[in-house]
Write a protein that binds this ligand. Structure first.
Ligand SMILES: C[S@@+](CC[C@H](N)C(=O)[O-])C[C@H]1O[C@@H](n2cnc3c(N)ncnc32)[C@H](O)[C@@H]1O
Length: 227
C-alpha cells in the first residue's frame, strides 16, 4: 500500500489544485497529495486549534492543516517539513489564503530548525505511518511522506514533543491502521508517554479500508518514566 501511494505521486497524476474544507489549494508535484486518503481533512477537522495560541505542525505537506489553523484563529503557526517542496507548497497556500503573516514555514527534520526553547500550545504530525525496515534507503524526499525507517522519527517526535509544549500545551499524532500500532505503543512506553485515542473513523483508501486515529500523547506520571 505504501509503495502504491508513492507510485501514485511519482506518476504525477495528482491535480495541480484540489478542493478541501471549502477552499482550493495549490499542489506541487512530489508533495504528499491530500486527495488519496481522507487523513488530512479528518485530522484538520478534529484538531482543537487554540484560538489566540500557537501551533506547530510537523510535516506540513501542502499546508492545509497549517493554513486552517491560522484561519481558525491561532496567533502564530509554525510549519516544518523535511521535504523542501512541501515547504514551498505550504508557503504558496499560506499566501493564497491570506495568512502568510501568521505562518512561519521551515525546512526541518522534526524539531531541528526550531529555536532551542520554542514551545507551542498545540503540536501535531499527520505522520508517515508505514514502518520501513532498517535497510530501506530513501531515494527522494516524497518517500518521507509514507515511510519512517525503523520508526526513528516517531520515537523522536514523541520523546522530544513533550519538551516543545507550553504549560497547558497538547501533543497529537495523526495515525492510521497502515501503521504498526504495537511498535508505536512500545516506543511511547519507552519514552514515558501514554497515547490516548481522541477520534477515530474508518474510510476507504482506494480498495482498502483504513482506520484513521487522532492520538494524544501525554507523560505518564507514575514514576516509571524512562526517556
Ligand atoms: C502523511 S504526510 C502529511 C502531510 C500533510 N500534513 C497533510 O496532512 O496533508 C507526512 C508529512 O511528514 C513529512 N515528514 C516526514 N518525516 C519528517 C521529518 N523527519 N521531519 C519533518 N517532516 C517530516 C513528510 O515530508 C510529509 O509531508
Amino acid at each position: 500500500m505504501g509503495l502504491q501511494l508513492v507510485d501514485r505521486h511519482d506518476r504525477g497524476k495528482e491535480p495541480r489544485e484540489f478542493e478541501m474544507l471549502g477552499l482550493r489549494w495549490h499542489l506541487i508535484p512530489q508533495v504528499f497529495a491530500p486527495v488519496h486518503t481522507d487523513s488530512t481533512q479528518l485530522f484538520t477537522e478534529w484538531l482543537p486549534f487554540p484560538e489566540g495560541g500557537t501551533f506547530l505542525e510537523v510535516g506540513c505537506g501542502a499546508g492545509v492543516t497549517a493554513v486552517m489553523a491560522a484561519l481558525a484563529g491561532c496567533s502564530r503557526v509554525t510549519a516544518v517539513d523535511i521535504n523542501p517542496e512541501a515547504v514551498r507548497n505550504t508557503e504558496l497556500n499560506a499566501a493564497r489564503h491570506g495568512v502568510a503573516d501568521r505562518i512561519h514555514v521551515l525546512h526541518s527534520d522534526l524539531y531541528d530548525a526550531l529555536a532551542p526553547g520554542a514551545q507551542f500550545d498545540l503540536v501535531f504530525w499527520n505522520s508517515n505511518v508505514i514502518c520501513a525496515p532498517q535497510e530501506f534507503v530513501y531515494t527522494r524526499p516524497m518517500q518521507h511522506a509514507i515511510f519512517d525507517r525503523g520508526y526513528a522519527a516517531h520515537h523522536r517526535y514523541l520523546r522530544e514533543g513533550l519538551t516543545r509544549l507550553t504549560g497547558s500545551g497538547r501533543l497529537f499524532l495523526g495515525f492510521n491502521s497502515l501503521g504498526d500500532a504495537d511498535r508505536l505503543n512500545s516506543l511511547a512506553a519507552q519514552c514515558g508517554v501514554r497515547l490516548t485515542e481522541r477520534n477515530r473513523t474508518t474510510r476507504r483508501a482506494g480498495e482498502v479500508p483504513v482506520t484513521f486515529q487522532l492520538l494524544e500523547a501525554a507523560a505518564i506520571r507514575d514514576g516509571r518514566r524512562s526517556v
